[in-house]
Design a protein around this ligand. Structure first.
Ligand code: DOR
Ligand code: ZN
Ligand code: ZN
Length: 356
């Protein structure tokens, strides 16, 4: 047994399903899953039902989060076709603006380039704009943001071309950051998954795409799960929605990768703590931490705390187990049991917190 304590980890990209998708996940179940995965802060996306695109929907979302969360949290707001000015006034309460530029789950999609520009200009310069984009759309938004002179964060980079393009742009000094998701790092099209369960956006890549992500580790600012819970019934049904649960399995998978020499502990801590804290201006509490046994081996079970009830990583052998998590001095998870009550998590943008 080798127990190591890491600082509080942040997952900058999760989907809790409240309001509107409570049968898939709630704040109470999703943050229980996050704690079981060693994550102390989750930043939640706005493609709920209804989507979070104005003050009233943000009020509802933050109230639901505050009532249910067992770990600390923040919320993104969504870019819509005509809310650029109004949504920007909410920047202090949100962790970022999310722009969906490609095929996704929910109805938050912006097809018109002129609205992209309006949002890039309206959102405060020191705030985060996170974009869902791939391929030519990704190239266009990077070019546009660069020409305006504002930073953007690229979500879940999945392909060799995309990560290569980001690497070149960063080298030119373009102000962008990016994240990679565990499913794109540890799974690919050759992974044996039933077709509905394999659905995710961006899609799983080829083994070469996966390799390219690992080869460009230095370009990847954050690891983020894109925890996108849908039930097994939905995944195995006629119209399977895209997305995988991920918060419970990311850290064990990354710790396993350290044993294979793919990265080291500092690479994990920088991408799950230091960079997220810097990029989003998050409060840091020295009494928020996670203890992991880096030697414990086990097989990922078929389901865990997430209400979705499944995982694409089931059966994989991992080495590295989450033993204890503390949030601001209180033990929140211990040896397989979630201790923190629903409603004990704090909004990272609450009054008095550091803002971007
Ligand atoms: O696979 C995905 N699922 N990609 C997305 O962009 C959205 C997410 C979801 O909310 O289910
Ligand atoms: Zn996305
Ligand atoms: Zn997402």
């Amino acid at each position: 047994m080798t127990t190591i304590r890491l600082p509080g980890l942040v997952d900058v990209h999760v989907h809790m399903r409240q309001p509107g998708g409570e049968h898939k996940e709630t704040w109470a179940t999703g943050t229980a899953a996050a704690l079981a995965g060693g994550i102390g802060t989750v930043l939640a996306m706005p493609n709920t039902s209804p989507a979070i695109v104005d003050e009233a929907s943000l009020d509802v979302a933050l109230r639901l989060a505050a009532g249910g969360a067992r770990c600390d949290f923040g919320h993104y707001v969504g870019a819509g076709p005509d809310n650029a000015e109004a949504i920007a006034t909410l920047a202090g309460r949100a962790v970022g603006l999310k722009m969906y530029l490609g095929q996704t789950f929910g109805d938050l999609r912006l097809d018109d380039i002129s609205t992209w520009e309006t949002h890039l200009e309206a959102w405060p310069e020191d705030g985060v704009i996170a974009v869902h984009a791939e391929g030519s759309t990704l190239k266009t938004i990077i070019e546009l943001a660069d020409s305006i002179g504002r930073s953007i964060h690229i979500c879940h980079v999945a392909g060799a071309d995309d990560i290569g393009h980001i690497a070149v742009a960063k080298e030119r000094g373009v102000d962008i950051t990016c994240e990679a998701a565990p499913h794109h790092l540890f799974l690919d099209r050759t992974t044996d998954l039933p077709p509905g369960r394999a659905e995710v956006r961006p899609r799983l890549g080829t083994p070469e795409d996966r390799r390219a992500l690992w080869e460009h580790l230095d370009v990847i600012d954050c690891f983020a799960t894109d925890h996108a819970p849908h039930t097994l019934e939905e995944k195995d049904g006629d119209d399977p929605p895209p997305g995988f649960p991920g918060v419970e399995t990311m850290l064990p998978l990354l710790l396993t990768a350290t044993h294979r020499g793919l990265l080291d502990l500092d690479d994990i801590v920088s991408r799950l703590h230091h960079r997220p804290v810097d990029m989003f201006g998050l409060p840091v509490d020295e009494d928020s931490w996670v203890e992991v046994d880096v030697d414990a081996s086990y097989e990922i079970p078929t389901s865990g705390q997430s209400r979705s009830g499944w995982t694409p990583f089931a059966g994989m052998s991992v080495r590295g187990r989450v033993d204890r998590v503390a949030i601001r001095g209180e033990v929140a998870y211990e040896h397989g049991g979630v201790v923190a009550a629903a409603g004990t998590g704090r909004d990272v943008r609450r009054e008095g917190s550091r803002r971007p």
